[in-house]
Design a protein. Structure first.
Length: 187
């Protein structure tokens, strides 16, 4: 295949984002089998193994029936790329999580040791999370979200502390254990 027809990273990224497959070569959105083989090769497969893999992965395509092979490949590729884009979005959202620490709670409760939480912005909302005990608070600002989380921590601590251990399930017992390590009720 001529080098100028090889898909570039830019062409693959354009396809991932839903634009035509190789716009710079004027091939439109219907690449032929050679271009599909080239894409597979660029994704880490090579030579005879590429063609063998295509026919193994898409048995409904007859030998020499490049139309159905390309259509099957495009459908599978679109599905995989959509899943990949979802994973990228999730990773980007997770990367926006910022660690921070709570050093105090309220007048009646103090902390024995800092509570490590994460802050994450999702749209116009900030979410403060303490993953160890599955608590969160949300608000328009980080301060609002942390204030709500602090109130949730105090509420859970008071509720679990006032409940007989035999009435608590496994998970609430773990939460209480964690809370007792970091929260102190002032006298």
């Amino acid at each position: 295949m001529p080098e100028e027809l090889e898909p570039t990273i830019h062409d693959i990224q354009a396809y991932l984002r839903g634009r035509s497959f190789w716009p710079s070569q004027g091939l439109g959105s219907e690449p032929d089998t050679d271009h599909m083989l080239s894409l597979y090769a660029n994704l880490g497969l090579c030579g005879q193994a590429v063609e063998s893999k295509l026919h193994r992965d898409f048995p409904e395509a007859q030998e020499g029936d490049s139309g159905s092979l390309v259509a099957s490949f495009q459908e599978a590729l679109n599905t995989k790329f959509a899943a990949l884009l979802e994973r990228i979005d999730a990773l980007e959202a997770a990367a926006s999580a910022k660690p921070t620490v709570i050093y105090d709670l309220d007048e009646l409760h103090s902390v024995k040791q800092p509570i490590h939480i994460t802050l994450q912005e999702i749209g116009d909302t900030v979410i403060a999370t303490w993953p160890e005990i599955h608590l969160y608070g949300e608000g328009e600002t980080a301060s609002d979200a942390i204030a709500v989380l602090k109130a949730e921590i105090v509420s859970l601590y008071d509720d679990l502390s006032s409940t007989t251990l035999s009435k608590l399930g496994v998970l609430p017992r773990r939460w209480l254990n964690t809370l007792k390590q970091v929260v102190l009720k002032n006298a």
